[in-house]
Design a protein around this ligand. Sequence first.
Ligand code: DAL
Ligand code: ZN
Ligand code: ZN
Length: 374
Amino acid sequence: MTTPYIQRTRIIAAILITVMLILAGCSPGKPTGANPADPPAVIEQNHTIENDHSRIEDKPAVTISRLELIPSELTLSPNVPGQDQRFANVTVTAHKTDGTEEDITRIEQLVFTSGDSEIAVVDSEGRVSITETAKTGDHTVIRVEYEGRTAECAVIVKYSLEETVTTNAEGVSLVTNLADHAVVVNKQRSLPADYVPNDLIQPDVPFSFAGKSEKKLMREQAARALEQLFKKAEADGIQLYAVSGYRSYSTQKIIFDYNVQTQGEEEARRFSAHPGQSEHQTGLAMDISSPSIHFALEEAFGDTEEGRWLADHAPDFGFIIRYPEGKEAITGYAYEPWHIRYVGLRIARELTEKQMTLEQYFESGFPVLKQENR
Ligand code: DAL
Ligand code: ZN
Ligand code: ZN
């Protein structure tokens, strides 16, 4: 009894659907709107028909979940003979929701930007280059944007030691990147005798002695960082005093000659620099002490509360303990827990983390391309 009723209902329904489809401009056997100008999209079973231009399966669409710039970190340097390290290419990988990845570097709609065009620039194809004025320790990021997603690649500028030194008529190796905040001055790399930094100022910190003195000066950026370091020390209840900052070539000569007279040349060279070879002439170094050891510059400072605090916190303000314990063979000097050197935040943190000296940073560092482990 019920069967004929259902059949009747089905027939009526089929007629109604046919009429509706005819009214809508379609025919039941031919579901495609053959006219590309048909405006309405018709939903039919599992398919979406959009103006007959595309037919998309109605399962979760594959979209981009994450963009990745490769490498994630680039170290670039000016030209050196036989090598071109000023440029590098980054590629863009799209990681998709279905677990696949695709190189989309050549897609036109990618937007590449530089975080600081005075340091590095990037073209529309992901070619990155550092500028003529970029200095060691400078860093920025290259960013790519696509469909609302972004990825970054850190760009670090690093000169090699070889390309920042020249030999003068007397056979002395003179440093050429004098104004670089990461300049390396040591027993193999001298400053010209007449070099005086042009941005020396007196940091607003307590000194161990009164009166006006060139030894109270530092280069501006280092001086500001020192003020922040001392502010943090004070907040932590640590009493630090600045003892000796900038020293001219002639001041260093007086100091070195005195040390040779009183201790002999061999011993003096373990802790005192020849004039022209002292970091104090760069205006980036400061000797620090505390009342707890009567403002002395001695190895014992490293074991005081203040000395330990300094070693722990200096890197957060861009300073390193320049002559660490056990590195005499590399730095050329015995352990000096009191001598801090401004190198900038990024290098200070990296050196501290890797327990490396400034010499090792640049040696390791024939400019390299670091590639993320994938
Ligand atoms: N004490 C350090 C090495 C200097 O004389 O510059
Ligand atoms: Zn010093
Ligand atoms: Zn990947």
